[in-house]
Design a protein around this ligand. Sequence first.
Ligand code: CDP
Ligand code: CDP
Length: 233
Amino acid sequence: EQHDIIIAIDGPAASGKSTTARRVAKKLGYTYIDTGAMYRSVTLKAFEHDMLERLKHSPEDVRILLDPLSIEFQGDRVLLDGRDVTAGIRENRVSREVSFISSLKPVRDRLKTLQQQMGEKRGVVMDGRDIGTVIFPDAELKIFLVADAAERARRRYAELVQKNGNPAALPSLDELEREIVQRDRDDAERAHAPLRKHEDAIEVDTSSLTIDEQVELVYSLAMERISAGTSRA
Ligand code: CDP
Ligand code: CDP
């Protein structure tokens, strides 16, 4: 009988979490859950309600955005309150404000509940910043991905070029690196569920790994954990 586990993948921006998580989930027949997309969705909602400035002064008003709030995944699409926001949540204005929205306790509490429900039946690969430390500290496999900031900025830049085509309309590589480093610092220094490696997490530096190598590594660790659980059962 199949023993379904939870795989938690955390790490800083552009370390390769979502690419790895999506591909490992596919190989295992598991569900992939992108928790960054959930924080990005709440951030987009703040823009849509023109509430960002107000929240900086009165953070408790964030309740307005959470009541009600629905976030669902449909294949590769993200639905916020029933609308497809897959493209909108990747906008640069969202990337710049998402750490602020993620620092608010009511937001974290609500998304924690949703994420724990999504993983209730196990058989999930979930990526984010606090999956191994806070959301599923009992995950059978915890991975902490890291990579040099310069390499991570190059990866994001390449992605943007591919999406937009026109490099003139893009932030510079230096600018991207500064934004990434700043966001990591904000995520690591916040009071609630900061970015950090759980003591049981396996740290993988992806700076000089290809995506295939990184997927194979995490997949083989997952297979070990799955068969360990099956033989015990
Ligand atoms: O893909 P990228 O690394 O740029 O970021 P993401 O995974 O989409 O996450 C965007 C932001 O959401 C992070 O910088 C964190 O501020 C926040 N986040 C979080 O606080 N906790 C999580 N579990 C996932 C994301
Ligand atoms: O989810 P996270 O922000 O941690 O990173 P990602 O979106 O999976 O990866 C950021 C970019 O780096 C993607 O375009 C990946 O294809 C690329 N990447 C890479 O070129 N080499 C790796 N070893 C890992 C990721």
